[in-house]
Design a binder for this molecule. Structure first.
Ligand code: HEM
Length: 145
């Protein structure tokens, strides 16, 4: 069961990684960037979906998969494990939506900046994002083998 729960956490973390980096890349686009920096809540939404959704859930997933998935260390409670999984995921999604709505409500004006630097930020953000897509696809396919 540890392995199964581990795979669930790892798959969820990959999804949040995709959402987090996609949001990060979109946040760098000219007028969107000017809008999102008007509220700390957008950055907070991005940081949390990445740090809790991707980083923390992947660590929990690895713990379940590698340590608790080991036959010598059977899982303490399947029910507790599943409840933890759903509570964390509902919390992450609800918090993310709340932060986005809060950010939208808070941000209200437009700011301009250097065009070339802004273009470079957008280009490399999307390069990173595509790199993450490739890596996530590779890991996902490996997990499903
Ligand atoms: C393609 C990948 C990513 C892109 C394009 C991206 C882009 C951004 C942008 C545009 C900001 C706002 C910066 C500003 O206010 O000027 C930001 C902030 C932040 N990002 Fe990302 N990000 C990416 C991935 C990640 C990942 C994987 C993590 C964590 C695991 C992360 C954590 C953070 C944090 C903590 C902040 C807030 C920094 C602060 O408070 O100053 N980002 N990111």
């Amino acid at each position: 069961m540890g392995k199964t729960l581990g795979v669930k956490f790892l798959k969820a973390s990959l999804l949040y990684f995709i959402i987090g980096v996609t949001m990060g890349a979109i946040m760098t686009i000219g007028s969107i960037y000017d809008f999102v920096i008007l509220s700390k809540l957008f950055e907070r939404a991005h940081a949390h979906i990445n740090l809790i959704g991707w980083v923390s859930l992947s660590i929990i997933g690895f713990i379940y998969y590698l340590i608790l998935g080991n036959p010598g260390k059977p899982l303490y409670s399947e029910r507790l494990g599943n409840m933890g999984f759903w509570l964390i995921n509902i919390g992450i999604c609800a918090e993310f939506i709340a932060l986005l709505i809060g950010g939208y409500a808070q941000a209200s004006s437009f700011q301009a900046g250097n065009y070339v630097i802004k273009m470079l930020i957008v280009i490399f953000a999307f390069v990173m994002m595509i790199g993450v897509y490739f890596s996530v696809y590779n890991i996902y396919k490996t997990l499903n083998r």
